[in-house]
Each structure stands twice: as C-alpha cells, then as structure tokens.
Design a protein around this ligand. Structure first.
Ligand SMILES: Cc1cc2nc3c(=O)[nH]c(=O)nc-3n(C[C@H](O)[C@H](O)[C@H](O)COP(=O)(O)OP(=O)(O)OC[C@H]3O[C@@H](n4cnc5c(N)ncnc54)[C@H](O)[C@@H]3O)c2cc1C
Length: 281
C-alpha cells in the first residue's frame, strides 16, 4: 500500500485492524494483540467470487468466500485490500466490507465503476469462480465506545457501504438509548442510492434513525430527499460539536469539504472520522 492510499488511511486507520478507543476519552493502551493481528491482516489469503450483481447503475456488488474456508473476523466499517494482477504488477485496491460482521454467507464488496479504472476493469469483468488475493481486514473507520451522541454518517456513492455493515449495531445502540443517527448519502440520481431500501426500512421503524438522500441531478424530489450535495443537507441538520460525532466516507473532495465545515463549526478533529476513497498505484 502506498502513495495517496497510505496518506488517506493515516487519517482514519492504523492498518492494524483495530479500532481506536474513543478519542473523547483518555487514550487507552493499545490492545496487546495488535502486533499479532497486524501480521495476520497482512498475510494474503485467496477469495473466490461466489456471485455478483449490480446494486446501482454503476455499482457492482461482489460476494466472495475465502478459499481456505477460514473465518475472517472484522468490524463493521473495515475494508479489505485486493491484490489484482495487472500488466505484471500487483495492483492493490481497497474496498469497504458491505456485509454485517458475523452474518452467514459470503462477504460482499461494492465497487463503483471508474471510467478507465484499472481495478474497475478487472472487478467488473470478474465471473463467479474467479479467484483473487486479498489482505485485511484493515481500518479504524468503525463505531467506537462513544458517550451518548448523535452520529452524523455522511457518504457519497459506495462510501455508504461501511454504514450498511454498521446498521444492526446502530439499531441496537439506538434501541438502548445510546445514540441517534442521521445518514446522509450523496449521489446524482435516485437510482444510484445503493442499499437505500435497508436504510429506509430502519428509518421507518426507528424515528431516531433518519435517512437523508441527497440528489444532485434529480429534477423532482420525493419526501425526505434533499437537493444538491451532502454538505448542504449537513448544514441543515445544525451540526453541534457538543453532541455530534461525524463519519465521512467516499469521495475525497466531499470528505475534505465536510471536514472543513465541521472543524470550522468547532468539532474537534477526533470527532470527525474519515475514510477517503483514493487509488494508490
Ligand atoms: C480505504 C479505502 C476504501 C475504499 N473502498 C471502496 C469501496 O468500497 N468501493 C469503491 O468503489 N471504491 C473504494 N475505494 C476506492 C478503490 O480502492 C479504488 O481506488 C477505485 O476502485 C478506483 O480504482 P481503479 O484502479 O479502477 O482506478 P485507477 O486506475 O486507480 O484510476 C483511474 C482514473 O480514475 C481516477 N479515479 C480513481 N478513483 C476514482 C474514484 N473513486 N472516482 C472517480 N475517479 C477516480 C484516477 O484519478 C484516475 O484518473 C476505497 C479506497 C480506499 C483507500
């Protein structure tokens, strides 16, 4: 892993696969198993594509199983790095895990179509049965043991996959009165709102979870939809540094813009957790 991807991860990830303890509290000692788990995360394993489907017009969800049958514990919000052979090189690309930890069945990643993208070409052409090398799980873009708060979960495009993996944990925390959450998803058109049915379903049964689709190129808006970019809808939620904790994931320009808005509003940077989707080599 190198270049921009390393820089990106430095903001939100250790690469150890361990969440940082709540940054509002006194930093805890690192878990004693960190070194061992980092070594495990860095050991490549093979995945086999079990199935694939389009979950939005330009997003392909790929469901993989480990070829060796071993379990792969991870935390909601973490990502895997795929090692894709490309012109004699090892192209490394990271993808957030879209499935809920502990769920039966394969592990899904959602890849957005990037025009001319090297990994995109491989992932969109991959047929069931194909095998790929991977490492991980990595990342600290996970729910932490936070004090009661309102989570502002902000994403563009496939940046929403970590929140999809977090949904049961969020629902449990909300039910226990530990938090409420606003999920803002920015896309161009309604058809690109991936996993929206799941977010809408939770919002329908839990008023303390609210889903805000933000559509930048849709002529007509439906109930609960916002026009424009996520930053606009974010401002309308009156972010409050005293009670809110923000998660930003996806397009690097959006992550930077929202981070600037929040820190200018008085958020300590530790309460604005970021995952930028950038390529490395
Ligand atoms: C921690 C992490 C998690 C990630 N999770 C996901 C995920 O869950 N789903 C997902 O789809 N991607 C995710 N990404 C991005 C992903 O790793 C690749 O960068 C992306 O798939 C493009 O790779 P590529 O090889 O197809 O494009 P490249 O060949 O690297 O780039 C081709 C061209 O497209 C530009 N470009 C690169 N990426 C993008 C982009 N995202 N949008 C627009 N233009 C781009 C490049 O600047 C270049 O000009 C994540 C990245 C990181 C660092």
């Amino acid at each position: 892993m190198r270049g921009a991807e390393v820089a990106s991860r430095a903001e939100s990830s250790t690469g150890s696969g361990h969440p940082r303890p709540c940054e509002n509290a006194r930093p805890a000692a690192p878990p004693r198993t960190v070194a061992g788990e980092r070594r495990l995360s860095n050991l490549p394993f093979e995945l086999e594509l079990e199935s694939a489907r389009m979950v939005a017009p330009t997003v392909r969800e790929l469901a993989f199983r480990r070829v060796d049958g071993a379990a792969m514990p991870y935390l909601a919000g973490q990502f895997l790095t795929l090692h894709l052979p490309h012109e004699g090189k090892d192209l490394r690309r990271s993808y957030s895990i879209a499935t809920v930890p502990g769920a039966d069945g394969p592990l899904a990643l959602a890849a957005s179509h990037v025009e001319g993208g090297r990994a995109t070409g491989i992932l969109f052409g991959m047929a069931p049965g194909a095998r790929v090398k991977a490492t991980g799980p990595f990342g600290r873009f996970v729910l932490r043991d936070d004090p009661p708060c309102r989570y502002l979960l902000i994403a563009t495009g496939t940046g929403v996959t970590p929140y999809r993996a977090m949904l049961p944990e969020l629902a449990a925390r909300i039910a226990a009165g530990r938090c409420e959450a606003e999920l803002l998803l920015g896309v161009r058109t309604r058809a690109e709102l991936l996993y929206a049915a799941e977010f809408t379903a939770l919002a329908g049964r839990e008023p303390r979870f609210r889903f805000h689709p933000c559509l930048s190129r849709e002529a007509e808006l439906g109930a609960g939809e916002h026009r424009g970019h996520v930053q606009v809808a974010l401002a309308a939620l009156a972010p409050d540094p005293a009670r809110d904790i923000a998660y930003l994931c996806g397009n690097p320009a959006m992550v930077d813009a929202a981070f600037a808005v929040l820190t200018a509003a008085g958020f300590p940077s530790a309460n604005v957790r970021r995952e930028k989707y950038v390529s490395s080599n």
